[in-house]
Design a protein around this ligand. Structure first.
Ligand code: PHB
Length: 473
């Protein structure tokens, strides 16, 4: 477990407006609790027993069950017996927020360049009430045991970007405020109207830089980076306060028809109406984008405004960075094998055979995830094992490309079939295989099932990796 100073969830304000949607408030509470549980677990696990979730939220167990059934129906939560866990499709909510904030999309590439130039970690943070929230992270940490991820929050007074926002500093230094050994320098990035849009931080370690000399050591490249960032903000569509262009189509909301709690399912739909092209929306625009009745959209917006997830300025609404408290940080700490795990379990159960994921490793392939039914004794390919590429279907697929590969092997009497898993850019990153005794199934049936599962894994990978990098092993 990571010993990271955690920000307590903001307490739900006792007096919600009369129009606030109670089931939506409860659903958001459940998502925040699951996020906090995952953060404390220090990985993307974040599994919480439904009974514990009831205790943590103060809701009745039957209420928690219905909320989780609704969230599972939307794909946002995975239910496994009596346990609930955040699921990758929830990242669509964080993506809407990161997209609509504009900062990661517009300034992230410049932060990446700065990290390359300095060979240090660089992050972008925005103010979020009395906290700061990270919206971009380039990690180059060596000696540090902690790493914040996109969506993580820190108290304003306890980190360099917070001091920039709170005290209006033009340079702030974090001399091991967050953890012994960690030093950081943060500077503001201003929008065309002169207001501070975000802070860019360079994060290092006392073994490389003393706090007192870090600011001086990185000053030139950091100042040049801020100048470039400010010119991007001044010349992009950010300056007009409008998004870059017309809406492609936001009609692809999850089917909420049979959701156990429709008011929760409908309310959540409002968050993904926002994007880079539509960072600010009127009530009518939200209703139009979501297909919700105006009265429904209005009550959802009132609920979000009350809880601090949206701000209202005259007639337009914007998402706040608090939306990132709904799963973003734990979901962005994941890896491809973790994303794949529930899909592999389902496929193994369906086929009754051993299924797995592999990545290239020199002239071999390395198994990164495997689910084997107990009775299949002789298919013994452990996670981490390396096999010659030519001996397995996964190896051949990774070596030769294509849509399907087969092999007799890796041992006599075994047959394997593999299909590709591709990243957002369409690059082949992993192979999904079934390996079983010859004659137990036919290649076409297996290939069809593999392709269906590969599509589910890829969809989860693509939604997760839009703003963060997801290791493939
Ligand atoms: C970071 O992890 O990006 C970070 C940590 C502490 C700071 C600033 C940035 O003060």
């Amino acid at each position: 477990m990571l010993d990271v100073p955690t920000v307590p969830s903001p307490p739900v304000t006792p007096q919600p407006p009369a129009e606030a949607v109670a089931p939506l408030m409860r659903g958001l509470d459940v998502l925040r609790c699951l996020t906090d549980a995952a953060e404390h677990a220090g990985d993307a696990g974040g599994t919480l027993a439904l009974a514990e979730l009831a205790r943590a939220t103060g809701l009745a167990r039957s209420t928690v069950d219905r909320i989780c059934a609704t969230l599972a129906h939307l794909g946002f939560v995975r239910l496994d017996g009596r346990d609930a866990a955040l699921a990758p499709p929830l990242m669509a909510v964080a993506n809407a927020c990161l997209d609509a904030l504009r900062v990661p999309g517009l300034l992230g590439p410049l932060a990446d360049e700065l990290a390359d130039e300095l060979d240090e970690s660089v992050s972008l943070a925005v103010p979020d009430g009395a906290d700061i929230r990270f919206v971009h992270q380039v990690l180059r940490r060596r000696a540090l045991s902690i790493s914040f991820r996109v969506g993580d929050a820190l108290p304003e007074g306890g980190c360099a970007p917070g001091l920039v926002f709170r005290d209006g500093l033009s340079v702030a230094v974090d001399d091991q405020l967050v953890e012994p050994g960690l030093v950081a320098v943060a500077v503001p990035v201003r929008g065309p109207d002169g207001s501070v849009v975000c802070a860019v931080s360079v994060v290092s370690h006392t073994s490389r830089h003393a706090a007192g000399e870090l600011a001086g050591a990185v000053r030139g490249p950091l100042e040049a980076c801020v100048r470039s960032m400010e010119s991007v903000l001044a010349t992009s569509s950010y300056a007009s306060g409008l998004g870059p262009g017309p809406r492609a189509s936001n009609a692809g909301g999850a089917d909420i028809g049979r959701a156990p709690i429709e008011s929760l399912a409908r309310g959540l739909r409002v968050l993904t109406a926002f994007d880079a092209a539509h960072p600010a929306l009127t009530l009518s625009e939200v209703a139009e984008a979501t297909g919700l009745a105006r009265a429904t959209a209005r009550r959802a917006l009132i609920t979000y405004d009350h809880l601090g997830y949206v701000t209202r300025d005259n007639h337009t609404y914007r998402l706040t960075p608090r939306v990132l408290a709904l799963g973003c940080a734990p979901l962005s700490r994941t890896t491809l094998p973790r994303i794949a795990a529930p899909h592999l379990a389902a496929l193994s159960k369906r086929l009754g055979e051993s299924v797995g994921l592999s990545v290239p490793d020199g002239d071999r392939v390395r198994c990164t995830a495997r689910v084997t039914p107990r009775r299949v004794m002789s298919v013994d390919i452990g996670v981490g094992s390396r096999l010659p590429a030519k001996d397995t279907a996964a190896g051949r697929l990774l070596r030769d490309g294509g849509e399907r590969a087969v092999a007799d092997g890796p041992e006599a009497g075994l047959r394997s079939v593999a299909v590709p898993v591709r990243d957002r850019a369409g690059v082949l990153v992993s192979a999904l295989d079934v390996t079983a005794h010859q004659g137990r199934g036919d290649d076409d049936t297996w290939a069809r099932a593999l392709r269906e599962t590969a599509a589910l894994i890829a969809a989860d990978l693509h939604v997760t990796s839009r703003f963060v990098s997801v290791p493939v092993h």
